[in-house]
Design a protein around this ligand. Structure first.
Ligand SMILES: [Zn+2]
Length: 273
């Protein structure tokens, strides 16, 4: 949430999260009709599935998203089908995707600035990789980077890559390099939280990506399954020990997302080979 004279919400979440979002606004003594923008880092269901639903309560708000994403917001049929296919029951828990009316969505272009007033300006940086339609936001004045999932996610303080198919290594590395060049002080993840030492975190995500890509690529080339590769990755990257401390539901979710990431890296490595 960014508040200048105008107010913007970044990634409202899936439909199931919108009641919580509205309660959080109420706790801030803010009315939903004060919201001017809903900005989407990308349109995966967990980030953007609730945008159409949220708009019902936010009569002034306009949705800003990557040019490739707009048609899927207006007609979310394919997005919903892809979510069901990739996430199964989890997509049902997130809830269906209501369309965004065409006249309430605008394209966020590269290097566009969103002026919220009172000196608060968000710069748009297109950062394909996690998704081809991914963008990041940079508040230069306060040196805060909203990275969505361009530099992985942070679970229990640990960086975990998010590289689902279709994944492109070159694009992702370029995107991370671009974010490093902004020299942000604070890095906010789509999942979960904001941290200092932003550049160090971006560099760590970059080096981890190269290490995982090599491990997954060579193991996939030997015909290992994604489950076998996860065991191998866990031996090589002790950060993945966080999996051992998770409860059953959280473990299942992380496990499935990791398998998805391994599939993305494996397919990408086979394509490069
Ligand atoms: Zn995503």
């Amino acid at each position: 949430m960014f508040c200048g004279q105008r107010k913007a919400i970044v990634d409202p979440g899936p439909k199931s999260a919108i009641p919580n979002l509205l309660s959080a606004l109420a706790e801030l003594n803010m009315s939903p009709d004060e919201i001017d923008y809903i900005i989407l880092t990308h349109i995966h269901i967990d980030h953007a599935g609730g945008a159409g639903t949220a708009l019902r309560d936010m009569p002034r708000a306009k949705v800003l998203a990557h040019g490739q994403a707009v048609r899927h917001l207006v007609d979310p049929t394919k997005l919903w089908e892809a979510s069901l296919k990739t996430l199964g029951d989890l997509a049902l828990q997130y809830g269906s995707i209501e369309p965004v009316p065409e006249d309430r969505v605008a394209v966020a272009t590269d290097l566009m600035t969103i002026d919220l007033g009172r000196g608060l300006v968000l710069e748009v940086h297109l950062t394909p990789g996690h998704a081809s339609h991914h963008l990041s936001l940079f508040d230069r004045e306060n040196s805060i980077l909203i990275a969505g999932e361009a530099a992985g996610v942070c679970v229990n303080g640990v960086i975990r890559l998010a590289t689902p198919p279709p994944f492109r290594l070159d694009e992702t590395l370029s995107s991370i390099d671009r974010l490093i060049s902004l020299e942000p002080k604070t890095l906010c993840y789509g999942h979960f939280g904001c941290y200092g030492n932003a550049v160090e975190r971006l560099r760590l995500a970059r080096s981890k990506l190269l290490r995982w890509y090599e491990t997954v690529g060579s193991a996939a080339g030997q015909g290992r399954t994604a489950e076998e590769i996860l065991v191998l990755l866990k031996e090589k990257d002790r950060d993945l020990d966080y999996l051992d401390s998770l409860g059953q539901d959280a473990y299942r979710r992380e496990h499935d997302l990791l398998i998805n990431s391994i599939n993305g890296l494996g397919q990408s490595a086979r394509g490069d080979a």
